[in-house]
Design a protein around this ligand. Structure first.
Ligand code: 13P
Length: 340
């Protein structure tokens, strides 16, 4: 795979009006989601739910790529079509989560370091053969009293850059995800400071590891108030502060920034993306790679009942369409009235 393909894939993932569906919940995470709707997390239920998402009629107008978990990449639709092929046939790029989770960092209580570099080169080759064209690695940075430590930020940035270099060697576009968590009562200014520090470390590491910025995407948190902060910044402030910071720290060579939702409600995540695009044009595409904010309502509508698939797909289509509109800064809350 040459770099031209990497760049073309990265640009396809941030095509106008489209974004990424993160459906790569690991086994423990999807169990948590299924617990919330009282559905047992069996391989068959996970397959049925993912098939519901991937076969939603018309969603391909707003969804450019889907991030899968290892198990899902190897599963098929009810008619026996491998999921990566099913997506590819619909013009959606299949991707794969390749990190092995954020684990407690030795010597740094309360902080996490993402594992998964050992043996990664071999796993990437297999994933590419199975049809994946991009990958994701998530690092988490925790805000608390005196946290994050420099050591934690740097170790996570280093791992992200090593992962990204291996992906590009294997012909996969790396999505580089340093997530500064929303948990805590910190205010938006603190989030801004920590996000700035984190992104500076990440781009420093990417530069040192010779990662081609034109063949990758950044998946960051927005600059936002902590979940338990008594003073919640409004949509316009989140948009203005996020765009202002990113213009200072994210090189224009990066084709796109695909935000995570990180615990924001579906409507708020759409409103934030819209408000940022209203402030454009920007040097990069500003898009979404939402997990919870795209799936929450769909999951509830489905509830594990095969008889409710069509209704759940209608809701997934609606949410995707609203986020597609937010890519142009053309989302209006009135669009929600069209929801089923
Ligand atoms: P959320 O949008 O639910 O944060 O998920 C995105 C993701 O892929 C986290 O790694």
């Amino acid at each position: 795979m040459d770099t031209v393909d990497l760049k073309a894939t990265a640009r396809r993932l941030v095509a106008r009006g489209k974004g990424i569906l993160a459906a790569d919940e690991s086994s423990p995470t999807i169990k948590k989601r299924f617990d919330s709707i009282q559905v047992e997390s069996t391989a068959a239920n996970r397959q049925a739910y993912r098939e519901l998402l991937f076969t939603t009629e018309g969603a391909d107008a707003f969804i450019s790529g889907v991030i899968l978990f290892d198990e899902t990449l190897r599963q098929t639709s009810a008619d026996g079509t491998p999921f990566p092929q099913l997506l590819d046939d619909r013009g959606i790029v299949p991707g794969i989560k390749v990190d092995q989770g954020a684990k407690a960092m030795a010597g740094f209580p309360g902080e996490k370091i993402t594992e998964g570099l050992d043996g990664l080169r071999g796993r990437l080759d297999e994933y590419r053969q199975l049809g994946a064209r991009f990958a994701k690695w998530r690092a988490v940075i925790t805000i608390a009293h005196a946290l994050p430590s420099d050591a934690n930020v740097q170790a996570n940035a280093h791992a992200l850059a090593r992962y990204a270099a291996l992906c590009q060697e294997a012909g996969l576009v790396p999505i580089v995800e340093p997530e500064v968590l929303m948990d805590g009562d910190h205010d938006i200014a603190r989030c801004e400071t920590v996000t700035a520090r984190t992104l500076q470390s990440v781009f420093d590491a990417l530069f040192h590891q010779r990662v081609d910025l034109e063949g990758m995407l950044l998946k960051p948190n927005m600059v936002i108030s902590g979940l338990a902060c008594p003073e919640q910044a409004d949509v316009e402030s989140v948009a203005a502060r996020t765009v202002h910071l990113f213009r200072r720290v994210v090189p224009a060579a990066v084709p796109g920034i695909v935000f995570l939702s990180g615990g924001q409600s579906s409507l708020v995540a759409t409103a934030h993306l819209n408000a940022m695009n209203v402030l454009g044009p920007h040097p990069w595409e500003l898009s979404f790679s939402y997990g919870r904010a795209l799936q929450e309502d769909t999951l509830k509508a489905w509830g594990g009942d095969p008889g409710r698939v069509a209704q759940a797909q209608k809701i997934f289509h609606h949410r995707s369409k609203c986020n597609g509109a937010a890519r142009y800064g053309e989302y209006r809350p009135a669009m929600e009235d069209e929801a089923a």
